[in-house]
Design a protein around this ligand. Structure first.
Ligand code: UDP
Length: 242
């Protein structure tokens, strides 16, 4: 148990979870222990009184660009990718509900028989009721990523920060898994992130966050309380600021 005080730095955030974060040690799909751990972390974060919108990726099932490489036309492959994000959103919704935390999956790709269609008003309503809003389908358009979806939702839902969960504890000068000399940035501006062409998020996502002056916190999802800690400024992270 972490006995240190946890005061959240932001009131309303969008948490970007990649599909990869949900696959645990598996090569694809969902790992139930990892899903439960992340749901527990989201539940604890919501318990701090923070309004949380989760934008979830789908790379653990399908990415449009990979489908295109295999000969599926890109727009159609991206539709398959967007459907993959809905699977993850439903899994997170259920994992949160099992913990007693109210949650609603909303999809930018309308499929009302499985979850609510996304609308800004509905998402804001759920957030105001203390429900975790799990936003599927990215932007609802092909040729985008869920990182851009996270920046878009962050802007339209007036979020105070975008919490970008990754496999490493921040943004490094080079890939720390390949270059032992790589060092972590404590902070960076959006302009610098764009100029350095950092792989951590796509340029469209950085540009949207810059335009709307939303900070991006890049942190590792590996620890059991990663989101809660990042929200209260504990643990390692890189913050991208205007
Ligand atoms: N996607 C899309 N439009 C969007 C968001 C996502 O077409 O606005 C598709 C795209 O094919 C993408 C896939 O959904 O590869 C899964 O999203 P992403 O690659 O961002 O997932 P992550 O890497 O975060 O798991």
């Amino acid at each position: 148990m972490n006995a240190s005080p946890q005061t959240p730095k932001w009131k309303r955030v969008v948490v970007k979870l990649s599909g990869e974060a949900l696959q645990g040690g598996q090569t694809h799909g969902l790992d139930s222990a990892t899903l439960e751990r992340i749901a527990g972390d989201l539940d604890a974060a919501a318990g701090l009184g923070v309004e949380i919108a989760v934008v979830v990726g789908g790379g653990n099932f399908f990415r449009g660009i990979q489908g295109a490489d295999k000969g599926i036309e890109r727009a159609r492959a991206d539709s398959i990718g967007m459907l993959a994000t809905v699977m993850n959103a439903l899994a997170i919704e259920y994992a949160l509900e099992k913990l007693g935390r109210p949650a609603r999956a909303l999809s930018a790709v309308a499929m009302p028989s499985v979850c609510e269609p996304y609308s800004r008003q509905a998402a804001l309503h759920h957030l105001s009721k203390g429900r975790v809003a799990i936003l599927a389908g990215g932007t609802g358009n092909p040729f985008f990523t869920t990182d851009t979806g996270a920046a878009l939702r962050g802007a339209e839902l007036s979020c105070d920060a975008i919490m970008k969960a990754t496999q490493v504890d921040g943004i490094y000068t080079a890939d720390p898994k390949k270059d032992p000399k790589a060092t972590r940035y404590e902070s960076l501006t959006h302009d610098e992130a764009i100029a350095k062409n950092l792989a951590v998020m796509d340029t469209a996502a950085f540009a949207l966050a810059r335009e709307n002056r939303i900070p991006i916190i890049v942190f590792s999802i590996a620890s059991p309380r990663a989101i809660t800690e990042a929200l209260s400024g504990q643990g390692k992270a890189t913050i991208v600021v205007p």
